[in-house]
Design a protein around this ligand. Sequence first.
Ligand code: NAD
Length: 459
Amino acid sequence: MLVTTQVSEIVQAQKDFFATGKTKDIQFRKEQLEKLKTAVTDYQDQITEALFKDLGKPKFEAIVTEVAYVGEEINYFLKHLDKWTKNQPVKTPVNFFPAKSFIVPEPLGQVLIIGPWNYPFQLVIIPLLGAIAAGNCALLKPSEITPNTSKVLADLIANTFEPSYITVVEGDKEIAQELLKQKFDHIFYTGGSAVGRIVMKAAAEHLTPVTLELGGKSPCVVEPDIHIEHSAKRIIWGKFINAGQTCIAPDYLLVHRQIKEELIEAMKAVLREFYGENPAESSDYARIVSEKHFNRLSQFLDNGKIIVGGETDAKNRYIAPTLLDGVNWDDPVMEEEIFGPILPILEYDSLEDAIDQINSRPKPLALYLFSKNKTKQKQVLQETSAGGVTLNDTIVHIASTELPFGGVGESGMGAYHGKASFDTFTHYKSVTNRKFWLDVPLRYPPYADKFKFLKFLFK
Ligand code: NAD
């Protein structure tokens, strides 16, 4: 295990490299992004194999949800980097005439990125792209719960970058805590809120700013005025991709009583269509990451009434896609984020009632509303708060380079993806540049005769 002195040597080496100013060069940043893009393409098979070993992640899902977005995001950065890194001129108040003012985007320095296990590759690499684009050095700590992916990440990074620029430190929470003792210029953490609190406390010791990408129970509200087959498909896809181990998966359904039975029938048909009669035999359905999570999830199967699914196989950490009816807010399954393939279905009679249920709980990371009605869409957007929203689908708002992704309240703080990633790892330095050819004496003492000008200046 790495000891504190080794950790501080790695950290110091990166600080020294940052101090050379190399990472501030825009061409250097672009080259590093290009290098990473090539490396990810070269490593694609190793990445998908590791994800299969760790999570039974189907190759298609691995490519679409973990690998493809990397290239898309890099292309986006390469296209916009020149513009984003330019000094931005702004107006100067007339009292400082003659002067010019501008904003200088500068890198923060050295950043720490701590990743979770559910999308263990992309949730480390995507924040890294922002750190590179903004001109930082980075230390990455992938999740130990997905050791195969952690190893591939470590190899990929070691074969692509100098450790004094970017490096991976593998290990468990002890290693994470060693890292957290160090002073970084930013900590980007993705994971559960309990550890989020630990990270924020450790960061406070050094006054280090943090981005916390946390989770929570993301509701999915279904009104009667929907396209039933498309809604069923989009809900089932978003819930059961990666066997429900997705931070923005619909955690539970809030369904209008009028449409509930019809929606359940449609969802049952979709489950058969997606995963066959026995999802355990489907090559398109992932496994639970660990025995601990398998046991945690299995206990929820006693809650309410199973409409479909419920089968488990501890040896293979398999839990069938499961729909639960008759669940209420006092059941354990409704007390914490499920983070697995179990979908409780609650019903409501009026949209106001559904909104009240959402608002009486912590602000979720994502919120979904299925309704064609624009007034209802507006009402939900206005009367609820969530990290992000997709209307009439699930998950997809996360996949846009144009939309910042992050939580609010208990689901996190800060955001990334596209420009938001660049902003997260950038300090916008304000500069005023005065000229010497004029020096209005108004602000200098003695002040006695100058009060009459105050009224004019601060009207
Ligand atoms: P976790 O909090 O258990 O672990 C995340 C990271 O923290 C790991 O690298 C781990 O080694 C480290 N860690 C664990 N204990 C620690 C400690 N005591 N001190 C310091 N570091 C420690 O989270 P997880 O189980 O990997 O992820 C699940 C949670 O993450 C869910 O709540 C999910 O919603 C959330 N999540 C959020 C997003 C997002 O983008 N907002 C994405 C994925 C997952």
